[in-house]
Write a protein that binds this ligand. Structure first.
Ligand SMILES: NC(=O)c1ccc[n+]([C@@H]2O[C@H](COP(=O)([O-])OP(=O)(O)OC[C@H]3O[C@@H](n4cnc5c(N)ncnc54)[C@H](O)[C@@H]3O)[C@@H](O)[C@H]2O)c1
Length: 248
């Protein structure tokens, strides 16, 4: 197992991509810290990890609260003594509207959770990783981290921001054993795409060169690769996993 004796925080691990990633890293031997606002979903992920014969804990809270991330780190060290991998995946979508019609509250909420929530995480994850010689960060962006999508200004701005933040972490800590990369999924079969309006849902598959939606497993495989020692010279990069959407 490629992540034996490693400890990984996965935010948003109570559902969708986060749950799939948590299970994938656990299968490869990592202890998992499930961080999510949804307690019931978090416990379901915990049970699934225990069923694999692996270790995990659940820490409930809101990623847009900086103090929550301090608690996650404290609980991680308490349980496992170290932090090797952080997957900052928790995120939300929002009702679609042209840029000038986006309510201020929507903009603030999406930026707070999808962008500031990642910064609040890495600012405490990095020092924890440095204590044991380094670590790996994988931040969840989106194809909206590379291109715009009609009606999605706040989400697109936040996901581009995640890519920029990721590059800067790589630049700041490249000589200190910390790697950071961003992942950009196309449309993946999770609850998040329930936000796509009905009239656009029919064409959702067609935006991908492969003319289908992605599976959680297909994103989790990329995150595993980036989190593992198979990618030791890869940092500061943005990896689409989008069925060829950006190629169209
Ligand atoms: N599904 C897609 O098509 C897709 C595509 C590109 C990027 N993404 C990104 O992938 C990530 C995961 O999305 P998903 O598709 O699995 O969605 P999801 O809704 O299934 O899962 C998101 C998880 O994040 C948690 N969460 C939301 N707000 C939170 C908060 N404030 N604090 C703590 N936890 C919070 C939710 O409880 C949930 O468990 C998101 O960042 C999303 O933007 C998804």
């Amino acid at each position: 197992m490629i992540l034996e004796n490693k400890t990984a925080i996965v935010t948003g691990a109570a559902s969708g991509l986060g749950r799939g990633i948590a299970l994938k890293l656990a299968e490869e031997g990592a202890n998992i810290v499930i961080a999510d606002i949804d307690e019931e979903g978090g416990n379901t992920t915990l049970e699934a990890i225990r069923a694999l014969g692996r270790e995990a804990i659940v820490v409930i809270g809101d990623v847009s609260d900086p103090e929550y991330h301090v608690e996650i780190i404290n609980r991680t060290k308490e349980a496992y003594g170290r932090l090797d991998i952080a997957v900052n995946n928790a995120g939300i979508s929002h009702n679609f509207a042209p840029t000038a019609e986006i309510p201020l509250a929507t903009w603030d909420r999406v930026i707070r959770i999808n962008l500031s929530g990642v910064f609040y995480g890495v600012r405490v994850q990095i020092p924890a990783m440095l204590e044991t010689g380094g670590g790996v960060i994988v931040n969840m962006s989106s194809i909206a981290g590379a291109v715009g999508f009609p009606g999605l200004s706040p989400y697109t701005a936040a996901k581009h921001g995640v890519v920029g933040l990721t590059k800067n972490i790589a630049v700041d800590y490249g000589t200190q054993g910390i790697r950071a990369n961003a992942v950009g999924p196309g449309f993946i079969k999770t609850e998040l795409i329930d936000y796509v309006p009905a009239e656009q849902r029919a064409t959702l598959e067609d935006v991908h060169a492969m003319r289908r939606l992605g599976e959680v497993e297909e994103v989790a495989e990329l995150v595993l690769f980036l989190a593992s020692p198979r990618s030791t010279f890869i940092t500061g990069a943005y990896y689409p996993v989008d069925g060829g959407m950006l190629a169209r």
